[in-house]
Every structure is written in C-alpha cells, then in structure tokens.
Design a protein around this ligand. Structure first.
Ligand SMILES: CC(C)(COP(=O)(O)OP(=O)(O)OC[C@H]1O[C@@H](n2cnc3c(N)ncnc32)[C@H](O)[C@@H]1OP(=O)(O)O)[C@@H](O)C(=O)NCCC(=O)NCCS
Length: 220
C-alpha cells in the first residue's frame, strides 16, 4: 500500500535560515550543567569557499578512520567543482571556523539526486548542526531538481534519523540510480569488496529515497 508523506513546508524558518540563529541556544547536561551552543551560518557554496576543501577532506578522512566504517572519499578537485557550481552547503561557527559540509550530485540525466559527504567538525557535533545542513542540502536538491528522486546511502543511525524526518524511506538498491559513475565512487569505501561480491544489489549501507510524487501539496 502506498502511503502519503507529511507536507514539507518550504517556508518554514529552517529552510530559509542562512543567517545565524538569533538567540543563544543552550544544551542541558544531566539537568545541571548548561553549555552554550555556538551559532552557525549555513549557506549554499560559491567559489569563495574552495579555500576550505583541504580541511573538509582531512576531517572526512579522519572521521572515516575513526568510525572504521565506510565513507566514500572524494578528491579535493571533485569537491572544488561542487563548491564552484553551488552544489554544496557549507557551515561556519560564529567564530569563523569551518563547521560542516555536504554536497549533491545528479544522475541519470537528473532523474536522481544523491545527498552525500555529510560531515560536521568534531568540536561542533551534537549541537544540531548536521540536521540544519541536511535540511539545507535537501532544500537545494528540491530547488535545483524539483522532479528528481533524492537518495542517500549511509551506515550511520544519525543520518538515517535525519533522512526519515525529511520524508526519506528505506529502499533496496534496485530503486537507486544505475549510473555507473555513481557506483564508481564506492570504490574508495572500505566496504567496496562486499558491494561487489553482492553484484551491487546490497552492502552495509542503508539506502533511503525521497520521492517528490509522495509529497502532499501545501495548499491542500
Ligand atoms: C553523523 C554526523 C554528521 C552527525 O552530526 P551532528 O552535528 O553531531 O548531528 P546533530 O547534532 O545534528 O544530530 C542529529 C540527530 O542525530 C543523532 N545523532 C548524532 N550523532 C549520533 C550518533 N553518533 N549515533 C546516533 N545518533 C546520533 C542526534 O541525537 C540527533 O537526533 P535527534 O534529533 O533525534 O536527537 C557527525 O557525527 C559526523 O560528521 N560524523 C562523521 C561523518 C559521518 O559519519 N557522516 C555521515 C556519512 S553518511
């Protein structure tokens, strides 16, 4: 049975928020200690942001090693291209430090769009920043490719939860793009031998897909 997903309201504040949060946010630990969370600026990239690619690549690599699970690495040249084309989202803390990143790619002549490379700098994790980046990259995907099926592959619970909140559903790999170039990227992942042994039908990543056809128009 096909289920309709809840409406996504693109006028909601978090979709429009390119500016820092107005109020200082706090996190309560053990109901006793309260720590102040930094403000973040999350924006669609332009060529001025290419400067940050080295740090993005280094943190992505060290996080992949620390997790011991697969993250398919991307070359600095590839990310610079994404940044220049405005196919990525970058976040900065209020002190100017780079804080996070993610990018999109289109496949099968725009039939599919992947949301990939989500990374938050270790010092800014557990602040809600990944959620803000995910929403912004989702918004960018919808804006650039309104009719595309949007997908994400992950082994991480955090990403699965965020995808679910945005309306993604788990699917088998047969529902994803067959574009060879997309699957080529998996070659840099430690789990690639598993993917190949399963003839690309399965691997350790959970595939999640957002189908714009299931969206209920806001006017209804
Ligand atoms: C995964 C990652 C992006 C999360 O960033 P973050 O800024 O700490 O995430 P947020 O604070 O926005 O949390 C978002 C949600 O994920 C949950 N979450 C965060 N880290 C989690 C973890 N390690 N395990 C389970 N859930 C987690 C949070 O509780 C929150 O859920 P909630 O709204 O129900 O409370 C960050 O840990 C990271 O960069 N990791 C390394 C790179 C990586 O794994 N990228 C994903 C590749 S697919």
């Amino acid at each position: 049975m096909k289920t309709l997903k809840r409406t996504i309201d693109f006028s909601a504040p978090y979709f429009l928020q390119a500016e820092p949060f107005q109020e200082k946010r706090t996190l309560s630990l053990n109901n006793q200690t309260t720590v102040e969370l930094p403000d973040f600026r999350v924006e669609v990239t332009n060529s001025d942001h290419a400067f940050w690619v080295k740090e993005i690549c280094e943190v992505t690599l060290s996080s992949a090693i620390a997790r011991g699970t697969g993250i398919s690495g991307r070359s600095p040249e590839f990310l610079i291209e994404k940044i220049n084309k405005g196919e990525a989202v970058i976040a900065f803390a209020d002190n100017g430090k780079w804080a996070g990143f993610s990018f999109i790619s289109s496949w099968d002549n725009g039939r599919y769009v992947s949301n990939s490379g989500l990374i938050v700098a270790p010092e800014f994790r557990h602040t809600g920043l990944a959620k803000t980046i995910k929403r912004k990259i989702f918004e960018l995907s919808r804006k650039k490719y309104p009719d595309a099926l949007i997908f994400s592959l992950t082994t991480g619970l955090a990403v699965m939860k965020m995808n679910h909140e945005l309306g993604f559903e788990p699917v088998t790999y047969s529902e994803l793009t067959t574009d060879e170039l997309f699957w080529e990227n998996c070659k840099s992942c430690v789990n690639c031998p598993i993917l190949m042994s399963k003839e690309r039908k399965n691997c350790l990543c959970t595939a999640m897909l957002y189908d714009p056809k299931n969206e209920i128009p806001t006017a209804l």
